[in-house]
Design a protein around this ligand. Structure first.
Ligand code: SF4
Length: 343
């Protein structure tokens, strides 16, 4: 494919993505109570997710990036209702699922799956690979034993392993292979939406690209929509259509992938990008970004700084940043940023 054809294909895909919303997150908050004193009264709240809104379109991959403690994994669990939101609305295929009870939520469980970071911890070591992949089918479907076995056999091949691997146990596989098994287990129910929670972070760099390529291929083949969580902008670059950067429970910046990497606006995004080693390609040579060195640690979400929560680490902080919280505003088409430098 020529570069012109590639650009056209990307524009067509972007147009398609803009058409249909699969997941709509509106003003979602997740606060955990902090208990104190002899009576264990609530003395404060840890604001893990603090008023977040965004949409994910059918067939799209939205990357969510932030340091450990930024709230990105909590957000993923709230979106799947593995945790209840404190406030806000989560719509899936135009149905508000944020207040459904357990029984009502079961209807949507098979459409919404998650792949966890650590395939060792998420796979029961006492079960064979075949049993692990069949388990969701037993819980969520009325398929016969033969049908389940057939489905598991098809799925194990789709993730690049052999049918004979179904008889083996998780400890007989490498980290990358175990993650392939986790992916097979998540996809065996034919979900529409998959949250990938740092699925390659525990893998060797050489294996990461193989698993990312597999996930991309499966997305194209099965028409999946992904929320891809990572702590590193370099990991989500390959797989995402758009990227959101989270800081202390809020979105600092969200934009189409190319726009975010070529024209980052938020000082925190610039800091995260500055920490990625630049490979000298034609593309990277044409991008000269302001480099910002991130120093200090993420403040506690139990006691976030006033105003802009990034101000304690921001080299461009000024008076307004201490008193006023910046709202997420659209600076360019589809490119949103929460920073007083742009308001
Ligand atoms: Fe920095 Fe102020 Fe922008 Fe926050 S609002 S990122 S402190 S310049």
């Amino acid at each position: 494919m020529t570069s012109l054809e590639k650009n056209l294909a990307e524009i067509v895909k972007q147009d398609e993505l803009e058409k249909e919303v699969l997941v709509d997150v509106k003003n979602v908050k997740k606060y955990f109570p902090i208990k104190g004193g002899i009576l264990k009264r609530t003395v404060g709240h840890l604001k893990a997710v603090d008023d977040i809104s965004f949409q994910i379109h059918k067939g799209e991959t939205l990357g969510i990036v932030g340091e450990s403690g930024s709230g990105k994994s909590t957000l993923g669990r709230v979106m799947l209702r593995l945790l209840n939101p404190t406030e806000g609305i989560i719509s899936f295929n135009d149905v508000d699922i944020s207040k459904l009870n357990k029984k009502e939520m079961n209807k949507y469980r098979r459409d919404m799956q998650i792949v966890f970071q650590d395939p060792f911890a998420s796979l029961n070591s006492k079960m064979s690979v075949g049993e692990l992949i069949e388990e969701p089918l037993i819980v969520q479907t009325s398929l016969s034993k033969t049908e389940r076995k057939q489905k598991a056999a098809e799925m194990i091949e789709k993730v690049g392993l052999r049918r004979s691997d179904l008889q083996k146990y998780p400890h007989e596989f490498s980290g990358g292979q175990r993650q392939r098994i986790s992916i097979a287990r998540a996809l065996v129910l034919d979900p529409k939406f998959v949250i990938c929670d740092e699925p390659v972070s525990a893998l060797d760099v050489s294996i990461q690209a193989q698993v990312l390529n597999l996930m991309k291929d499966l997305q194209d083949e099965l028409g999946l929509t992904y929320l891809f969580i990572a702590h590193d902008l370099s990991v989500v670059k390959h797989i995402s259509d758009r990227v959101a950067v989270m800081y202390l429970g809020r979105i600092a910046e969200i934009a189409p992938k190319k726009e975010l990497y070529n024209n980052p606006l938020h000082p925190y995004t610039k800091g995260l990008l500055s920490s990625i080693p630049v490979v000298d390609t034609n593309e990277s040579a044409s991008i000269s970004r302001e480099r910002i060195k991130l120093s200090g640690d993420l403040p506690s979400p139990a006691n976030p700084p006033s105003g802009c929560t990034f101000r304690t680490r921001c080299p461009l902080a000024h008076d307004k940043c201490v008193t006023d919280r910046p709202e997420l505003i659209e600076k360019e088409d589809g490119h949103f940023v929460a920073c007083h430098l742009y308001s």
